[in-house]
Design a protein around this ligand. Structure first.
Ligand code: FAD
Ligand code: NAP
Length: 271
């Protein structure tokens, strides 16, 4: 990094009270619309895998904060995020330009419903996502507790384009060699990806693929049952609505932190 880049990275505004100010330690761009980054983790910061937190940049007197699912598991020494780049988006038009050593602001209180505690015990865990909705599941599939609670985990991501699947595809491939969960995931974590707008071996919305049975034919999995299966759903409002209706059709019931049941949902974005 040259001197010019370092001076640009220094916060120009005071760090607000009651937020963590963390350093960027990794940035990786996947497409024109998607990237991931990692920041240092404050020693006192605790969260449950699957939760989200508000983040911002020190680029204004009153920074813009947005909700972000933490994509790293609760045991990780760093914090990872998987982000959209919205053209002219108040946060992401700047966030997409972050570099190593830059500062990211993080509020102190994580929250969210996509946590293992919000589900009653079951045997198989379905994680349904579209787009950046895969972020909380990138956390959960790397957490040993997920495999202590479930015999089998089925992670699903549907995107428009093939290259939007790169983040989760590579993450799951790399998990096989992970010293902490590598052995646990073997034969127990299944990744099912599909696209809707670019040619790929598996095409279609997950709701359509399940609705006409193609998903079950392709994977060899049995129909979803309330005795065995639990589900988490993260995507757009429309995706959540349609996937929830499908789960209810299988006999699952929506739960929450204070009322665990057989499936839970969270929006991947507002709008
Ligand atoms: C609980 C929760 C968790 C979230 N977790 C993540 C996350 O892990 N990663 C992430 O990138 N975003 C996440 N978001 C969305 C995030 O809060 C911001 O909306 C996003 O970073 C864009 O911010 P912005 O200020 O640039 O644009 P905004 O003004 O926030 O959004 C502008 C428009 O862009 C679209 N948009 C926003 N976010 C997305 C997205 N993620 N995918 C597709 N379209 C989008 C919507 O149409 C929105 O109206 C989450 C939102 C919620 C409510
Ligand atoms: N991702 C991109 O390449 C891209 C590029 C430019 C702009 N944007 C903008 O970013 C925003 C979000 O884009 P996104 O692609 O991240 O999210 P998205 O529009 O929610 O689409 C993500 C995936 O979810 C599927 N989907 C949508 N509604 C569904 C439902 N009701 N049930 C099941 N699956 C459903 C989509 O299929 P369908 O394709 O069938 O809708 C797509 O495969 C949009 O406003 C978009 O205009 C995205």
């Amino acid at each position: 990094m040259n001197m010019h880049a370092v001076s640009e990275a220094a916060p120009a505004f005071p760090i607000p009270d009651n937020v963590f100010a963390e350093k960027v330690v990794a940035v990786e761009h996947f497409t024109d619309h998607l990237f991931r980054f990692r920041i240092t983790r404050p020693a006192s910061f605790r969260f449950r895998s699957g939760e989200f937190i508000m983040i911002g940049l020190p680029n204004a007197e009153k920074p813009v904060y947005r909700a972000y699912s933490i994509a790293s598991p609760s045991w990780d020494e760093e914090i990872e995020f998987f982000s959209i780049k919205v053209p002219d988006g108040p946060l992401t038009e700047h966030l997409q330009k972050i570099k190593l050593g830059d500062t990211v602001l993080m509020r102190k209180k994580p929250t969210g419903t996509l946590v293992l505690d919000a589900l009653v015990p079951g045997k198989r865990l379905y994680l349904f996502s579209t787009g950046t909705g895969v972020a909380p599941f990138a956390s959960l599939v790397r957490d040993p507790e997920t495999y202590e609670k479930f015999e089998e985990v089925v992670l699903i991501q549907t995107c428009r384009q093939v290259d939007e699947l790169t983040y989760i595809t590579r993450l799951v491939e790399d998990l096989a060699n992970d010293p902490l969960v590598g052995e646990m995931v073997e034969g127990r974590l299944k990744l099912f990806t599909s696209t809707t707008r670019q040619t790929f071996p598996r095409m279609g919305r997950i709701t359509d693929l399940m609705g006409d049975g193609r998903f079950f034919d392709m994977t060899g999995l049995p129909a979803i049952s309330p005795e065995i299966d639990r589900a988490m759903i993260c995507g757009s409002m429309a995706m959540i609505k349609d996937t929830s209706a499908m789960m209810e059709g299988f006999g699952l019931v929506e739960g929450a932190n204070n009322k665990p049941a057989t499936f839970v949902v969270e929006r991947a974005f507002v709008g």
